[in-house]
Design a protein around this ligand. Structure first.
Ligand SMILES: [Zn+2]
Length: 354
């Protein structure tokens, strides 16, 4: 029988609907899978089946929550397939299930697969267009580094894909990083690394979790090519893995609202990335070209490696624009420009055709 499933459509904001539930107001992210019910309501009565993957919102709705959403926010399921974002009864993380499911009393059937209804909480719908974008990133990743699952290759609903994150740190790992790096104040703590891939790592900073990992697929591919090639070039020049690792902050924001909170306007184009400065000591912490480490008071910024990275990437991947303020690096890298605010990171826009 028909499942009465619907998706929350992609609006400008990641919070696609707010609904009153028995537990209070809850925010439902776009891309969430809902089931319509005939209950009377000022809009469409729905039950939340799954909330969309990498979108984190305050006060999130949970599977099982019931409420009422505006009819205009809903879209019936069409050609979307489904990705298992984690293991669940009847599901293995990363597997792709067919479009157009049908429903039985306590199971949902995707072609020849019957999945228990509660396991739907682990699924996220994906359009054929998004799947093609994700697969273009995934095939590059696989060629450079080896296999990666669909559940580790994020996608957004408006055409962007996310930085592949095969290693998302759990709480214990984050706490270990906090202890190892001596992140003893809230301001230091938010600088901790939260996830890693081969040759790169990601930190949230002051931004919401996973809100700034998005970009055009071709840009993510360029980031991966940079990570792979630079890791080798840097190691060949004597750098350790920790000294060579790219510490990635902002790509593009997951909302289409203006102004976005990621500094300057280039980021919303999905072509640019902010990277921490390289450090002499291999610590996973920010460095400044013009001030010492705020934990130790010692200088840790590596101007030589930061210069080498900019030159290597410009030559081997392609950089269309770059900002950083260290006069020594500016003198050595003619295309680089100074810009206010670029003392603790380099901003580079990658040539996706390079
Ligand atoms: Zn930037």
């Amino acid at each position: 029988m028909d499942c009465d499933f619907a998706l929350l459509t992609p609006p400008a904001h990641v919070i696609a609907a707010t609904m009153a539930t028995s537990a209070g107001e809850r925010n439902v992210p776009r891309g969430s899978l809902l089931r319509r019910s005939p209950a009377p309501c000022d809009g469409v009565a729905v039950e939340v089946l799954s909330t969309a993957g990498w979108y984190t919102v305050p006060n999130p709705a949970a599977p099982g929550d019931r409420g009422c959403v505006p009819a205009a926010a809903l879209r019936p399921l069409g050609a979307e397939a489904f990705v298992a974002l984690r293991d669940a009864p009847g599901l293995v993380a990363g597997e792709l299930l067919a479009a157009a499911p049908t429903c039985e009393a306590s199971t949902v059937r995707f072609d020849d697969r019957a999945v228990p209804l509660p396991s739907l909480a682990a699924l996220r719908a994906i359009t054929p267009e998004s799947l093609a974008r994700v697969e273009s990133v995934r095939s590059t990743y696989t060629a450079l580094f080896g296999p990666i699952g669909l559940h580790q290759t994020p996608w957004a609903d408006e055409g962007y894909v996310g930085l592949p994150l095969p290693d998302v740190y759990d709480t214990a790992r984050v706490e270990a990083e906090v202890a190892r790096e001596g992140l003893d104040t809230p301001a230091r703590r938010e600088k901790v690394l939260v996830a890693a891939g081969p040759g790169y790592a990601h930190f949230w900073g002051a931004d919401a979790a996973w809100s700034d990992i998005w970009a055009r697929p071709e840009t993510i591919i360029a980031v991966l090519r940079t990570a792979a090639g630079w890791a080798k070039a840097c190691a060949d020049a004597g750098g350790s893995e920790a000294q060579c690792r790219l510490q990635i902050g902002d790509l593009a924001w997951y909302d289409d609202v203006k102004p976005d909170p990621l500094g300057h306007k280039d980021h919303r184009e999905g072509r640019c990335v902010d990277l921490r400065l390289f450090r002499t000591d291999g610590s996973a912490y920010e460095a400044w070209w013009n001030r010492p480490d705020d934990r130790s008071g010692a200088a840790a910024y590596d101007a030589v490696r930061t210069t080498a990275f900019l030159r290597w990437t410009a030559e081997n991947v392609g950089i269309t624009e770059g900002f950083f303020n260290d006069p020594a690096v500016l003198a050595a890298v003619p295309w680089l420009k100074p810009l206010a605010g670029h003392d603790d990171h380099v901003h580079v826009c990658l040539d996706a055709d390079g």
